[in-house]
Design a protein around this ligand. Sequence first.
Ligand code: URA
Length: 473
Amino acid sequence: MLLPAQIIQKKRDGHALTEEEIRFFIDGFTSGELPEYQMSALAMAVCFRGMNFDETMWLTRAMVESGEVVQWRKSPATSLKTDSGALGQHALPFYADKHSTGGIGDKTSLIIAPLVAACGVKVPMISGRGLGPTGGTLDKLESIAGFNVNLPLKEFQCVTEKIGCCMIGQTAEIAPADKKLYALRDVTATVSCLPLIVASIMSKKLAENVDGLVLDVKWGSGAFMRTREASAELARAMVEVGKRYGKKVCALQTDMNQPLGQKIGNALEVRECIEIMSGTGNANVAPVKHETTASQRLAPPKSNDLLEVTLALSAEMLLMAGVAKNVAAAREMLQKKMTGGQALEKFGEMIEAQGGDRSVCEDLSRLPVAKHTRPIPAPKTGDVRSIECDQIGYAVIALGGGRKVASDKVDFGVGFEQPKKIGDPVKSGEPLMIMHYNDDGSAAEAERMVQRAYHISEEAVTDRPQLIVQKIE
Ligand code: URA
């Protein structure tokens, strides 16, 4: 007979748990037989003592099996074509997803889902809301009038199969153990713990039952993982768990020491994505190699960082699906779908299928906007040396663009645009970024936060963060 306290004690004292012990805990917690205080105690013991790979794998499996595993229709694909026109290596539809560990201005999902779907790959995405300073894909989508992110699982499947992509939040059926445990971790300071993060993210993705998964694992001042080493370790663990499940999986480790792209805040980010997909953004960016070379220490021009990460992640999805032979061919295909308008068309189809106002794709004035804008002046002259990127995320929350408590209503129109990036020169009084706001009091607070977040050096800054650090597979 297993006693919960004995299992907690075993982990507390640094011993590895068995699969049976982990399963007992997760099943008991999910059904409500095991109280939250015992689950919290075990989670904290795991934070201090860690888990070996087998334990992490068993934890993930117990969480996947706490709910349903989506069953996709596997009838032959008619739309899956390679770049040379022949049917891809998979005659059956290929289901692929991308998951990011989260960041500031990280809106790649909004482009990747329709763009990759426009290339014939099915993209079911189960996304999250804002977490800490990071923005959430669901909040961004909800800035489109009528967009429903709460579709039942069956409808999620139907829309994915019919349109090619669908974006929803975690349902009651998908990994319910994670849903419960995540809420508990959030209030017991047990979120940032590698085995718990691996099991949380991978249980949802494995329950989604895609064939291929591309992970965007971020590092830096705006990411969960503050160091390159910690984020690489997280990426390796998630890739290994995915592979043990027989999935095609890889991770790109990417920079989150500064906001990604030119806009931060829900409706502003949707606007930026539509601008890129409608061709106002520049789709012709030279590919970045994954190896570290001296020339890569300079980031691509600031206006292209969002597109660069988006194309790199999307290309990996096309490679997995077998619709492109190599990265160059994948990028060419993606760029054509972008400049030809098919990505935006697909985005519109998805918005309509999920109850939203698809006319935003042609008429950006249909998105919510804040009443006022004003520049945030730089406090001194010099080059931007570093940015406390999480503070930019918290400044969006201060403006009302995120939640201070779970019940807060999100103000979709507020945020920032045109941020100065690391290495940019700035003169005292010149804008660090442009603020969109509705309320003078919160604007004053957000302005101070942004000014404090920027570290400006009188010495020239010549090294910019490397945007894509490495591919882990
Ligand atoms: N995102 C998740 O879904 N889970 C975590 O633990 C961290 C980020």
